[in-house]
Write a protein that binds this ligand. Structure first.
Ligand SMILES: NC(=O)c1ccc[n+]([C@@H]2O[C@H](COP(=O)([O-])OP(=O)(O)OC[C@H]3O[C@@H](n4cnc5c(N)ncnc54)[C@H](O)[C@@H]3O)[C@@H](O)[C@H]2O)c1
Length: 313
């Protein structure tokens, strides 16, 4: 069977494609930057074509040629600083282009990335876990577009009987992450390179999850024809930047991580208490201890920099 992935050469897509190939899928990636991933080792099983998700003709032509049984959309502008029309075209129109092209190509099974950002700040919920059924308090550009994507997906489900699934990743982390929330990434990667790093608040909260785990979640969800739900939180490890800095210092005692202020960040933090019971119970996801993921990222960076590996301790 064939899986079509829009935005498949990005941070998450680069890890997802090999997981689908391992499961026997043919994969066709359509990306505006096709050169940012190297799938040569996967041979003819993976094809990469250049195309713009914001252009319906590109999506329709690529999907018609691929004839997929499954479709995933990962193409998006992360962040909320983009000009309104530019962001709308990729995030809102682009998402609909993927849904509509899948429909017209006769492919009812679609998954796409929503985000924890739909919930907005943790303060809206108090000190409790947030579930998929909670009201979505997100209010910035990125959050509003994801909220609309979820609404639109439900409309396609209701009116066209499509099996469209939203996955809401938390703060995805990995050595090559450069867009979206990056403070929790730089808290690991800068010291791993021997560079100092500074953040405004020690008590700022994040909910990181390693990109390998996100890729595995997408693979399990898309390979399931009829998941029990339309929306899944991935969850992650609720942690303050100060606590994360302590983990990093446990591996790199000379890490130079500083904070302007001890407190004041928690109240501003995005949703970090996230209930992922649905995903864990239905798809059997098990997450490696976050400390191990921190060491993995440190050693990925040190390998790139030609530095010695740090042993687990
Ligand atoms: N990384 C995170 O922390 C995080 C957290 C929550 C949700 N998500 C969501 O996961 C998805 C993937 O994120 P990522 O981290 O892999 O991002 P990424 O930016 O690394 O990947 C996105 C891919 O889309 C491609 N793309 C951009 N514009 C395009 C266009 N017009 N046409 C075709 N392709 C285009 C990019 O070239 C890139 O390869 C996004 O929807 C993002 O909102 C990510």
């Amino acid at each position: 069977m064939t899986t079509f992935i829009a935005g498949g050469t990005g941070f998450i897509g680069r890890r997802l494609v090999p997981l689908l190939a391992e499961r026997g899928e043919e994969v066709v990636c359509m990306d505006i930057n096709p050169q940012t991933a190297d799938f040569a080792g996967l041979g003819k099983q993976v094809k990469v074509v250049k195309g713009d998700v914001g252009q319906f003709d590109d999506v329709m032509a690529a999907m018609t040629a691929a004839k997929p049984q499954r479709v995933i959309n990962l193409a998006y502008w992360l962040g909320s600083e983009h000009p309104p029309r530019v962001a709308f075209k990729l995030n809102v129109l682009g998402m609909d282009n993927v849904f509509e092209a899948a429909r017209l190509a006769g492919c009812a099974r679609v998954a796409y990335a929503s985000s924890l950002a739909v919930s907005g700040e943790q303060k809206f919920y108090g000190d409790r876990m947030v579930t998929e059924d909670d009201f979505r308090h997100g209010h910035v550009q990125y959050a509003m577009h994801k909220i609309f994507n979820e609404w639109q997906a439900q409309d396609y489900r209701d009116k066209h009987g499509m099996e469209i699934t939203a996955i809401r990743p938390a703060n995805v982390t990995g050595p090559d992450k450069i867009v979206g929330s990056v403070d929790h990434v730089f808290c690991i990667t800068s010291p791993a390179r021997g560079k100092p790093v500074k953040f405004p608040y020690k008590d700022a909260m994040r909910c990181p999850i390693h990109v390998d785990e996100i890729a595995e979640i997408f693979a399990r969800v898309i390979m399931t024809d009829k998941p029990q739900h339309a929306v899944y939180n991935t969850g992650g490890q609720a942690i303050s930047l100060g606590e994360l800095a302590d983990i990093v210092r446990g591996f790199l005692p000379n890490a130079d991580i500083r904070f302007d202020k001890e407190t004041g960040g928690r109240a501003l933090s995005g949703n970090y208490l996230i209930d992922n019971t649905r995903l864990v119970s239905e798809f059997g996801m098990q997450f490696r201890p976050y400390r191990e993921r921190v060491l993995q990222i440190i050693n990925d960076i040190r390998m790139q920099e030609g530095l010695t590996q740090i042993a687990a301790r």
